[in-house]
Design a binder for this molecule. Sequence first.
Ligand SMILES: *Cc1c(COP(=O)(O)O)cnc(C)c1O
Length: 299
Amino acid sequence: MALQYNKTPITEIITPQTRQASITLLIKREDQNHPFISGNKWWKLKYNLEEAQRQGYKTLLTFGGAYSNHIYATAAAAHELGLQTVGIIRGEETPPLNPTLAFAKSKNMQLHYVPREAYRNKTDSDFIEQLRERFGDFYLIPEGGTNTLAIKGVAEFAQQLQQETAFDYVCLPVGTGGTIAGIIAGLDQQKQVLGVSVLKDGAFLTDEIKHHLKKISDRIYGNWHIDTSYHYGGYAKTNPQLFTFIDEMNINHNLPLDPVYTAKLMWGVLDMMAKGRFKRGSTVLVLHTGGLQGLQGFR
Ligand SMILES: *Cc1c(COP(=O)(O)O)cnc(C)c1O
């Protein structure tokens, strides 16, 4: 059985920055690909779910913070396919459940809280062994859903995307780097890939992404870059200016954005455009990676 998938539109938006820089700015609305498993998370889960089913697993176990889009999407996906899920949540339980965790629970995800200290061991074999003793056998998906099968799924999306429309640059937000690794691997190398880090001190991401790419291919990719100046203070950090921008994009361009990933991305892209980062006359495609569920927790 496979996940439901809705084909998504590409829309153009015109702003003072696009006019001034003579850029065609396209948005791939991949946030609309599924009501609950939105954007990049759908593609990251695709081959992991296939593999879990192929190996006969009944339960998935994964990790995330209390507002994690990955937790939300995994709970929905497993429920759609009739699999059980365990969500290992970073930090203490703080009732009442926030909208993300309430949703995960409504999809029968079993929530298990782990103090921040212990959560750091989430990739240690001893820690995972303890989880197996407690929850029985499971198919493990790492935090954020990033592994080789996730990258394979995103690469497939990238291949479809370049057949669907022409562009010179593709821009996307970067958390763990799994999604951008898939985009780099899937596109032909004349296209430039620009990632906007949503983490403070995102400089380490470049090596991380190289490491992901090495696992799937011997090719050397020189057509990508991570910009680290639009994190707004760090992961999930916001300020009133960012929310004003979210409102403006929504009202003026009918473009809903979330404060953790896509608003920082869009802000960064428009700012870089104003600074002449993109070649005049070129087409810039922004990937809407989803995550709009996260807005509920913020407002
Ligand atoms: C998870 C997420 C990302 C980050 O993807 P990575 O593969 O971890 O880099 C970007 N955008 C949205 C909306 C997400 O939910």
